[in-house]
Unconditional design. Sequence first.
Length: 124
Amino acid sequence: MLFYLSVLAFVSLVAMVFYRYRAVVIPKLPERVKALFPRLSHYTPLSTFSDQANAGMSSSAFDIEANIRDGDSRSGLDERGTQEVLDIMQRERVNFDQARLIRHNRILAANGIDPSGTLFYPYH
């Protein structure tokens, strides 16, 4: 029993480390391993404003291209937030602004705030 628990803990640790460092690990995997897991080959971190704008992460209401033109010194948008918005865009087939709104409403709801911006307290 203890052996199986140790193996499970080790496998879980390896999975968490792989997930955390996926941007570094995935490009170094052999092509035949990437072929077994096609979703892995589609993961590319978007670390600059140019990469994010090319991925469709810009609109008239959220103009990343203006940052590029103005020579913004920041490296780009938050990587985790960018990936969440891209996932929402693909999964729910919505545009960039709608995906941003969905993500924002989820963050508000997780913090006990309804979409109108007021706090809500569940009845006891």
